[in-house]
Design a binder for this molecule. Structure first.
Ligand code: HEC
Length: 149
C-alpha cells in the first residue's frame, strides 16, 4: 500500500500544473504568495547591498537561498484561466508564453549566480553586482508582463 501511494503521489506531482490547484483563483493566490515572500527576502539582500542594513554574511546567504527556492515556484501557477480575477498579470503572459518562459529562465539564472555570490560574500559590496543583475531581470519581466498600479 505504501509503495502504491508513493507512486500515486509521484504521478500527481508530474501531472499538469493546473491539476495542482483547486481553481484559477487558488493559482493566483499561490503565485502572488510566492512572489511576495520572494520579494521580501530579495529586498533584505538589496538593503544590505545598498548599505541600508548592516551586512551579515549568514543572513545574506539564507535570504539568497530562500530567493533561489522561491524563484522556482511562481511560474507553474500561471495556469490557463488564471488571467482573470485579482491578478496583476498582463494577458501577454498567456499570449506570449515563450517570451514569458524566457524571462523566467533568465531570472532564475541570475538568482543562481546571486546565491553563489552570497555564499562567498564577505562585505556588502560583494553583493552589489549580482543583486543589480537580478533586479534587472525582475524589472524587465514586470515591464512586459505585470500591470502597473
Ligand atoms: C518572468 C516574469 C517575472 C519575473 C522574473 C519576476 N516577476 Fe514579479 N511578478 C510577475 C507577474 C506576472 C506578477 C503579477 C502576478 C499576479 O498578480 O498574478 C508579479 C508580481 C510580483 C509581486 C507582487 C506579488 C503580490 O503580492 O501580488 C512582487 C512583490 C514581485 N513580483 C516581486 C518580484 C521580484 C523581487 C522579482 C525578482 C527578484 C520578480 N518579481 C521577478 C512576473 C515576474
Amino acid at each position: 500500500m505504501k509503495t502504491w501511494s508513493l507512486a500515486a503521489a509521484a504521478l500527481l506531482a508530474c501531472g499538469p500544473a493546473a491539476a495542482q490547484f483547486k481553481s484559477p483563483d487558488d493559482a493566483v493566490e499561490y503565485r502572488q504568495g510566492a512572489l511576495a515572500v520572494m520579494g521580501h527576502h530579495f529586498g533584505r539582500i538589496g538593503a544590505m547591498a545598498s548599505g541600508k542594513a548592516p551586512f551579515d554574511a549568514k543572513a545574506a546567504q539564507a535570504d539568497a537561498d530562500l530567493v533561489l527556492t522561491l524563484s522556482r515556484l511562481p511560474w507553474s501557477a500561471f495556469v490557463e484561466g488564471s488571467d482573470k480575477g485579482d491578478t496583476s498579470a498582463k494577458p501577454e503572459v498567456w499570449s506570449q508564453p515563450d517570451k514569458f518562459k524566457a524571462a523566467s529562465a533568465k531570472f532564475q539564472d541570475a538568482v543562481v549566480k546571486l546565491s553563489a555570490t552570497a555564499a562567498k560574500a564577505t562585505r556588502a559590496d560583494d553583493l552589489k553586482a549580482a543583486f543589480g543583475a537580478t533586479a534587472d531581470t525582475c524589472k524587465s519581466c514586470h515591464d512586459d508582463f505585470r500591470k502597473k498600479h
